[in-house]
Design a protein around this ligand. Sequence first.
Ligand code: GTP
Ligand code: MG
Length: 692
Amino acid sequence: MPAADPSKIRNVAAIGHRGTGKTSLTEAMLFTSGAVNRQGTIEQGSTAADFDEDEKKRQHSINSALCHTTWRNHNINIIDTPGDPSFHADTIASLRVVEGALAVVGAAAGMEVQHERLWKQCEDNGVSRVIFINMMDRERADFFAVLQQLQESFGQGAVATQLPIGAEDKFAGVIDLLAMKAFRYEGGKAEESPIPGEMAAQAEEYREKLMDAVAENDDAVMEKYLEGEEISREEMFAALKAGVAAGTIYPVVSGCATKKTGVDLLLDLIVDAIPSPARRPAVTALKAGSDEEVKLRCDAGEPVAAFVFKTLADPFSGRINVLRVFTGALKSDSNVYNPASKTKERIGQLLRLQGKDNSPVDALGPGDIGAVAKLKETGTGDSLCADSRQVTFPPLKFPNPVMSFAVEPKSKGDEEKVGTALRRLQEEDPTLVVERDAQTNELVVSGLSQVHVEVTMDRIKRRYGAEVNLKPPRVPYLETIRRQAQAQGKYKKQTGGRGQYGDAWLRIEPKPRGEGFEFADKVVGGVIPRGFIPAVEKGVVDAMKEGELSGHPLVDMKVTVYDGSHHAVDSSEMAFKIAASMGLKKAVEQADPVLLEPIMSVHVTVPEENVGDVIGDMNSRRGKVLGMEPKGKMNQVNVEVPLAEMLTYAPDLRSMTGGRGDYAMEFLRYDEVPAHLSQKIIEQEKKVQEEK
Ligand SMILES: Nc1nc2c(ncn2[C@@H]2O[C@H](COP(=O)(O)OP(=O)(O)OP(=O)(O)O)[C@@H](O)[C@H]2O)c(=O)[nH]1
Ligand SMILES: [Mg+2]
């Protein structure tokens, strides 16, 4: 099979708030166009796009899924994306590889925060948009109310190109305002019928509005329109298409995914209005290893360049990289270069995906999207290109993880299994961060939300057969001292033969926060021989690893050894090390030790009406509110707050804002724990120490 003609390809990503019906609509499009022979449902876990066990169990999408169909001789690649912001990485990546977004909005739920966020991402990526108001059959479905909300948020460019006939259980079909034809649906099949008499005036009114909006995009049409001349359907359509391509017009249509109402017309709209890859402006990449820009046009004759936007790492089927070819043709059984890993990769069999199923293709031409298995050193965000022209695409920008959990295998022997599983899952999920806490030695997994980390743990269990306990990580407290002190450490042991003798006087003093540890040798007259000084320092460093207050490390202090004594026979490195450790502990006790806690810089983004609640809540978390700034339609509250108070913030913010709030958090500095809290924390930390 030859590579598809780029002008006959349409690439669209279904995007939208959680649960608006993106996966169901993808399924309806696949079934209507004959790509699948049975229409799967979310309830039965039988859709092509939600094939993962975790998606079936939770009944919502977790990963993006690539599907494919043909309609009127066009190849349509559909990427179904997850609506939940916890799995936003896949959505961000998908918008990099499509010309069009199919924004799905609930007819009863209307506009939701996620839609605005996604709109911005479409704009940044130069992605054209059409809007499908889904679930017209549901109770309280209101096309006109949702249309108005869309216009309030996105302007008059959001314009109806169809009107629904009826709503809720009376929803029967749609009127196409360009053709001025009505379509009634029976069992998902459209039947052309006259425009209902009672809707004639309304249809005329909305056709006028549509004319107004599209005329703006075409001077010739505008002129005719103003002079009252008749504008043909073709002229109107050309102007509409230009507006969609320019990102100024967003056709609004409606329907019902589960009953397939309006789905054939939606496929028409995708073919007719979404620009083909051939019409996309040249994309900018960099010459590998330099800042030199290269413009890549959609051209089969150019050296190939493709971008990997998704990686599947199943333990059974192995790794599959999903990619978009931007220029040139990628052929099965060929060699390409990956500038990120600086390796040659062998392309074996190229694949077209239908959710989890695949079929072989000989080549993927410019503008096409497909997959390849068994690459060795290639991951999400990498470029694959011809050796003769090495280019890299701009990196993907993902949100930073904010929720961290310590992970512990339920059975001791599973440690390695869990480690391997996490490494694999990281290949699939660029927003998953796995670290070994140097201080507590716990394995800490961080993600975008609690759900995100929980889903990851489910996968470890299901795919790799290891169960884990999730516990909130210990806060990495530190200890320091607040005044100068000195003490003697003396270690003397007399046994039968040779004894042990070490004796060192230490002076300790605080250093400014963040300056760490300093050691000085002020011994005179060789009371401690030169050769034993390193042992003294080692003893000090060892003792500082576990402070006496809470078992957390001591930091920010200067330690001076200034006196001592030795024994010609019994002194040894070991003896001086032990003596120094003892001396340090004694000195710290007298130096007013204190607990330090990490303070985080937090930016909370919420709608106006939640700002008061968020600030009040932050005060109760010992947060210091630094200020507020508008962020589009939202407000950003900037706070400094101890990490200890933020371990369960995600669910709290969710319930405070009805899921409309979001936050970003990063480490700022260490501060002293307030006196009234430190005793409680010290006791609790000591208990943890004893359990270890
Ligand atoms: N009545 C009705 N229900 C629908 C329609 N479309 C989808 N649903 C149901 O709505 C629920 C959510 O549908 P999904 O297709 O999973 O929605 P989604 O947008 O993919 O959700 P996420 O992947 O979680 O973002 C499911 O129970 C569907 O059966 C529709 O047109 N009418
Ligand atoms: Mg879905």
